[in-house]
Design a binder for this molecule. Sequence first.
Ligand SMILES: Nc1nc2c(ncn2[C@@H]2O[C@H](COP(=O)(O)OP(=O)(O)OP(=O)(O)O)[C@@H](O)[C@H]2O)c(=O)[nH]1
Ligand SMILES: [Mg+2]
Length: 472
Amino acid sequence: MKSRGDLIAAVSTPSGPAARGILRFSGPGSWNAALRIFRPRTLPPFRPFSLVPGSTIDGGMPALLLLMKSPKSYTREDMAEIHAVSSPLVLGMMLESALKGGARLASPGEFTARAFLHGRISLTEAEAVMKIISARSDSEARLAAAEIGGGLSRAIDRPSGDLAGILARIEMGLDFSDQDVPLSGDLEIEKELRSVVRAMKRLAGARDGSAPQAGEPSVLIAGPVNAGKSSLLNRCAGFDAAIVHESPGTTMDAVKVHVSFRGADFVMIDGPGFGMPSSGAERTAQEAYAGLACAADVLVAVIDGALPIEDSEALLRGRTCADAGGSACRAGAARLFPSRPPDLLLINKADLPPSFADSAAGALFPSAGILRASVLTGEGVEQLLEAVVRLISGGNSQAAGGRGILNARQRASLHSACLCATRARRALRTGLGAEAASVDVREAIEHLGKLAGSSVEDDVLDRIFRDFCVGK
Ligand SMILES: Nc1nc2c(ncn2[C@@H]2O[C@H](COP(=O)(O)OP(=O)(O)OP(=O)(O)O)[C@@H](O)[C@H]2O)c(=O)[nH]1
Ligand SMILES: [Mg+2]
């Protein structure tokens, strides 16, 4: 998207009921163009960045005029905004007069594109503007707002700077390899590269070896069969996403739902329980589920509080499957919990007489937070969700924030940067040579530059800004 730098105008508020509708101008002659369709109540000169009271020339409706002077405006150009009643008729008439007066109708996202092209905001901030416009919830909007403050751009500065430092040292090694200059060893640089790769992966929200992540944090429910896992999922989702039944082994596949609680959004996942003899297909399902558990942001174990704790433990460890030839169960449970102990342990069915004290459950999973609830009555479920949200936003805020905040393009750039830096590490480790490593590190820096938008091609920009609304 190339800036033509001409005068553009558009209605920048959505149509529909609202207190105020805004006609926005940007480019040379913005002030005069606005003053042709707005009658000020006071005489000029008008001070920039103050609201001038008046009325529209078409229809004489009360309105306000806001004048902004380059470079201190959103687009860094001269800008003007007429704030009038949100009537499609009034706004339509004003826009028509503006276009007749010589302004061009702005294309979608053109105001924000100009802000980016004039260096007012980074590409990640421009994309955040779009996210705010299309945010489905408070938390999405808050994350996007953090980006407009430059959060992601600043987060990228760190690995970019580290990589630049590493590149300088690799190249110094190449230039001075035959002279008496103390140089960092390849292995030392390789170690530093490893920590930069780790930092970039954290930013991308991807853990080593984990499956690709969806945009939202994930909360996985696991535990013995019949503990009430699917009932919990349904209550949190607010609808019956999973089948609930009194016979154990009801859920066979992973069921995912979107949950919004107190402004936080996450994916909640339910799946097969432990403790049932399993066939080949069921075993595959359990193993796939155990894989998801390792990559989840929060792991919630659910057990039945009305059953003796020994029974739950046996189910979790797969012991009761032994008689039924259930070695696969054992493998499943062993895989799930030792490699990723649960963050929270929910003792369910609190509406029934309890069979054990909290301390007995605590001995099962010493590091987990323990809560009691009755998913049937709903008692205690809110407390569980509060604990989940605390873990998502506080416990691992960097990862959760990073995941929530990146879009597909940004994630792809980070991924490419990680690949290049990893290639450089390999070159240094295997003695392939500093020259090969320097090419890869340079490429990694370029990918991070793309993420911040410092070197993006026109067609990418077009694609990004095409999805904006007119007037933004
Ligand atoms: N009394 C009582 N019963 C509950 C509660 N939660 C679930 N149940 C019952 O326990 C049984 C099993 O519930 P599910 O939600 O299907 O359990 P699950 O853990 O998903 O079971 P699997 O899919 O077989 O692993 C059903 O009959 C539920 O109605 C509870 O809080 N109190
Ligand atoms: Mg179930």
